[in-house]
Write a protein that binds this ligand. Structure first.
Ligand code: ADP
Ligand code: MG
Length: 245
């Protein structure tokens, strides 16, 4: 029941080879269980996006293994991997990555429709998801008619829709003001409290305070892991977690 949703074992990722080889990740081991929100921090270039892409099956490790729901992603065919990504993994990219030819509401409904949910049900769920991020007013607009922050809210709604088991968010609130950013974090936290496992890349200590654990990457290696225990939580109260709805 409480088996990890995400298991990374000794994961390494080297880009290129020979003299130009860049080690983006080295021997990263990490487990995220249902209900857990894990923050990933570290300087620019420390491997945070690489870690998230590999966890979501968008990139493959050059060493080690990644399992989702206990199944090694390397054992899946391309079709099976696409299905796991659709059904089980919700991703919020750093820059939104909305499809330009679809309206906000269509972008949000798309993952459900691809998964076989009826268009009517998918649209209903998308309307609710967009309302949860405060975006009802721009449902019919296209990405190029939305501000950066509005696009980011649509991307968050799309990433959180459908009760997926594994949520991956790469600096999802960079274009948002502090209050809206906090509201988005509360949604991610609520999804975890309902049983999802999540990785959140963030530079912001106030956001990391919403996490159960904070993993710090340094040059592709896990430098430290800090549990947000009860003691830490009291100091984190001001920063956010204690304020959660
Ligand atoms: P972060 O998200 O923490 O800023 P990244 O995961 O994007 O870090 O990058 C980690 C390291 O890997 C950096 O040194 C970066 O330059 C390198 N890197 C990332 N993607 C590639 C790529 N496609 N080709 C070569 N090097 C890459
Ligand atoms: Mg990055």
């Amino acid at each position: 029941m409480n088996e990890p949703i995400l298991t990374m074992q000794q994961v390494g990722r080297v880009h290129g080879d020979g003299h130009t080889a860049v080690t983006a990740l080295a021997e990263v081991s990490l487990e995220v269980r249902p209900g857990e929100l894990v923050a990933v921090t570290g300087r620019s270039g420390s491997g945070k996006s690489t870690l998230l892409n590999i966890a979501g099956g968008l990139d493959r490790p050059t060493s080690g293994s990644v399992a989702v729901d206990g199944v090694d992603l390397a054992r899946h065919s391309t079709t099976q991997l696409a299905e796991v990504r659709r059904r089980r993994i919700g991703v919020v990219f750093q820059h939104g990555n909305l499809l330009p030819t679809l309206s906000a509401i269509e972008n949000i409904a798309l993952p459900l429709e691809l998964d076989g949910v009826s268009p009517k049900q998918a649209k209903q769920a998308a309307v609710e998801a967009l309302e949860s991020v405060g975006g009802a007013a721009f449902a019919e607009r296209f990405p190029d008619e939305l501000s950066g922050g509005e696009q980011q809210r649509v991307a968050i709604a799309r990433g959180l829709i459908g009760d997926r088991g594994l949520l991956l968010a790469d600096e999802p609130t960079g274009a948002l003001d502090e209050v809206t950013g906090e509201r988005m974090l509360a949604l991610l936290r609520a999804a975890c409290d309902r049983g999802a496992a999540a990785l959140l890349v963030t530079h912001d200590p106030a956001q990391a305070a919403w996490a159960d654990r904070v993993v710090r990457l340094r040059d592709g290696v896990i430098g430290s892991v800090v549990e947000n225990t009860a003691t830490v939580e009291s100091s984190a109260t001001v920063a956010g977690r204690g304020d959660r709805p």
